[in-house]
Design a binder for this molecule. Sequence first.
Ligand code: PLP
Length: 396
Amino acid sequence: MNAPVNTKPRGRQFFNNPGPTNIPDRILRAMDRPVMDFLAPEFLEIHRACTAGIKRILKTDQEVFFHASTGHGAWEAAVANLFSPGETVLVIETGYFSLGWKEMAEALGLKVEVVQADWRKGVDISKLAERLAKDKAHEIKAVLAVHNETATGMVLPLAEVRRAIDEARHPAMLLSDTISSLGSMEYKMDAWGIDVTVGGSQKGLMLPTGMAITGVSAKALEASRKSKLPKYYFNWELMAVRKPQRFIGTVPVHFFFGLQESIKMLEEEGLDAVFQRHARLADATRAAVRVWGDGGKGPQLFGQTEERLSNSVTTITMPEGHTSDTMRKVALERFNLSLGGGLGPLMGKVFRIGHLGDLNEPMLLGCLATTELAMKTAGVPFAPGGVDAAIKSLAN
Ligand code: PLP
């Protein structure tokens, strides 16, 4: 720790947070244009193209609403539009964000039950099936699920969740948060029987923070007509009749300029190729962490269920006696590398490497090498060779 601290970092910051993510120059340039009347035919065409593109990415033929808000707004829209005060929903515990959605649903007046789970292992889906089978009166109106839990770096298999609901012959709707999987991991809204999908702009779509997306099934739209929770800005019925773009208030046209470019980039690469790139980068990251782990003495993968490890973010547990925030501070202040921290009870105990969005092999290797450098500088024990393992994984 004797070298002088880099007070004026040069070069681009290596940004490996799991959201917001790097905004590609192409998107920045697409947004760098004069404003346009949101009722002009030219804008209506851009809006139409964005809606069609988002439906292709969500793999849905159903409704889509855009909100000028972060993901929390789309969470709120889903809850406020579907339910009435005192109704019951079931949250599948995956980690910090699942409990955040629970807290919001309670604040809005719902009764919330939780299917509890070990954050490192992921939920046992048979527990969901058991709870639904017991609910003979169908008091549970919906299951709320976070597809990719950004706090733990673990995925929830939504097709299995859908199967559990169907096998219990339960009419509950399935609401899914795809905020950190949209545009980076496979997602099939209609095939998986998702009634509401909640997404955000600042992760796999590579856009600035501030636009949220909600995919809504015909069944959810029908339920929204009976809902009695108060709502206005997020009211889908009102939105549907306000302006051709289904928006209350001024339409943020620049977001749509950026979104149109984002969809173009994702489709030029090909969605499957985008997902495979994320899988390759995730595999390489995990290969590095496994070497660093040094048989339990160094940092370890937080997730312990191999097939549920996320392809967009890796959460890494610090070795005993070391706090992640000290190492992250060194990474940021000395080496201009931004890593994600631990959330909620994981604060200080883990760090997170986001490998989603506009990212390639050199960017990831830069991040992994600099993480090693920061760990060495901060005195965190780890076995060397993580970057070599990542190179080996990427060269396959
Ligand atoms: N859900 C998940 C899985 C997230 O990762 C996040 C943010 O990181 C949120 C919800 C909240 O979204 P926002 O910060 O855009 O409000």
